[in-house]
Design a protein around this ligand. Structure first.
Ligand SMILES: NC(=O)c1ccc[n+]([C@@H]2O[C@H](COP(=O)([O-])OP(=O)(O)OC[C@H]3O[C@@H](n4cnc5c(N)ncnc54)[C@H](O)[C@@H]3O)[C@@H](O)[C@H]2O)c1
Length: 406
């Protein structure tokens, strides 16, 4: 590479781009927002004005051909991720792909094989609950050393936004991103759940699942409201549409075309098994109740997320614990200033996966390193969700065909 700055082209100037990636990318000394692309000119114009993007495009393939970029951030709706990733690989661009990598296993494999064959760097989101987060790297290492002994069982229940924004059941915008058939629905919206399990327990062996569409009819805020929002943003650190969209009237009828509830029983390569539920709920829960963060129970100890901590371990193998508090537990504290928490932005000072992935990819490109959350990681997590759907359709156990050395 001729320059020390990684030149980035962003496709999809939507909510996630404006709220998380672009404000951070513009602060990186070793990166530059060379180009942005969206079907809505008002959105690319806002990205030029507010985030300092140098060029704007309305056609992605045009951007790939004409702009002098090293890497592409694919921040569009899921249905575009595979063709956009394959075109970027063909053009020799490094990649960040927002979730999901793909909704078909064959497509995820094509991306993995293409990235490998071309010698490119790629990060597959989300990087939360992965070795990129030092707290998770520590937890995984403790579990591997035997702090929990043999794992008996685990459980994880992931719900929709209601937990954070009371009264908000489903996504208030984003027909293509969250409701259309090719979005993959709520299952593929929440790879955070399988990632959390793998981030602690390692690779998965099989899945048996039941998945369905529970609420087929919903209402969202019309797309034109986001155009209006983007037309008036000025401050790069104050461009989070979630701040306003949760309070806008949901007047546009929308069909949920992909599953919004999935109950998966995962068997992990370490022999443990557990239940993972992702589903929308339609009414608030009481603080400390409902849903369910990951809990893991073993012959030597328990690992719990939540209860006022990021994670906590109690273990008879105290020799393995980095420290033990007065209550007998090893606690990893919640990081950051929680008084400034705003849904769904990571708490200031806490692990921010959008930022960490951006920083890490740029570093990997400049230093020729393999990303920690790479295409093999993404392929495995994709198969855990894909396998759940296949199992639900066939009524049979789905045996994973991919694994991870983790
Ligand atoms: N919104 C969030 O909080 C959030 C959080 C994490 C991950 N994500 C993921 O980020 C991605 C985008 O989500 P979002 O919420 O920003 O959605 P969004 O609908 O706000 O943004 C998507 C943008 O892509 C543009 N687009 C669609 N097709 C295009 C095409 N062919 N060429 C160029 N631009 C095109 C749309 O016009 C839109 O501006 C999804 O994969 C989603 O799963 C979103």
């Amino acid at each position: 590479m001729a320059t020390e700055k990684v030149k980035i082209g962003v496709v999809g100037c939507g909510v996630v781009a404006a709220a998380y990636y672009l404000p951070y990318l513009m602060t990186l000394e070793n990166a530059e927002i060379t180009a942005v692309c969206d079907l809505h000119p008002v959105r690319t114009e806002a990205c030029v004005r507010v985030f300092g993007a140098r060029e704007q495009y309305s056609d992605y393939y045009d951007m790939l051909e004409k702009s002098n970029i090293d890497a592409v951030f694919i921040l569009t709706a899921p249905g575009t991720h595979v063709p956009f990733a394959m075109a970027a690989i063909e053009a020799g661009k490094h990649l960040l792909i927002q979730k999901p990598m793909a909704t078909e296993l064959g497509d995820a494999r094509k991306i993995r094989d293409g990235v490998r064959a071309a010698g490119l760097k790629a990060i597959i989101e989300p990087s939360s609950s992965t070795p990129l987060d030092p707290d998770f790297a520590l937890l995984r290492s403790l579990v591997k050393q035997g702090v929990l002994g043999d794992i008996l069982w685990f459980s994880l229940g992931a719900t929709g936004p209601t937990k954070y924004a009371p009264g908000l059941a489903s996504n208030p915008y984003g027909k293509a991103a969250f409701f259309d058939a090719d979005s993959g629905g709520f299952l593929f919206d929440l790879p955070y759940a399988p990632t959390n399990i793998v981030g602690v327990l390692g690779p998965c062996k099989s899945v048996f699942a039941h998945a369905k569409i529970s609420v087929a009819d919903d209402f969202i805020v019309p797309e034109s409201e986001f155009d209006k929002y983007m037309a008036q943003i000025k401050d790069p650190d104050d461009a989070n549409y979630w701040d306003v969209v949760v309070n806008l009237p949901r007047t546009e009828a929308v069909k949920m075309e992909a599953v919004d509830q999935a109950y998966s029983l995962y068997e992990m390569a370490d022999g443990s098994h557990g239940a993972c539920h992702v589903g929308r709920i339609y009414h608030p829960v009481l603080p400390g109740s409902g849903g369910g963060s990951l809990s893991v129970y073993g012959t030597e100890g328990n690992l719990l997320f939540g209860a006022g901590y990021k994670a906590s371990i109690i273990s008879s193998r105290k020799d393995l614990l980095p420290e033990v508090a007065e209550d007998g537990w090893f606690h990893i504290p919640l990081r950051g200033d929680r008084s400034k928490a705003r849904w769904p932005v990571p708490v200031p000072g806490a692990f921010n996966y959008y930022h960490e992935s951006s920083r890490h990819l740029v570093e990997c490109i400049l230093e020729g390193k393999e990303p920690l959350v790479n295409v093999d990681w993404g392929l495995h997590i994709t198969e855990m969700m894909y396998g759940a759907l296949r199992s639900s359709e066939t009524g049979e156990l789905y045996q994973m065909t991919t694994s991870l050395d983790y």
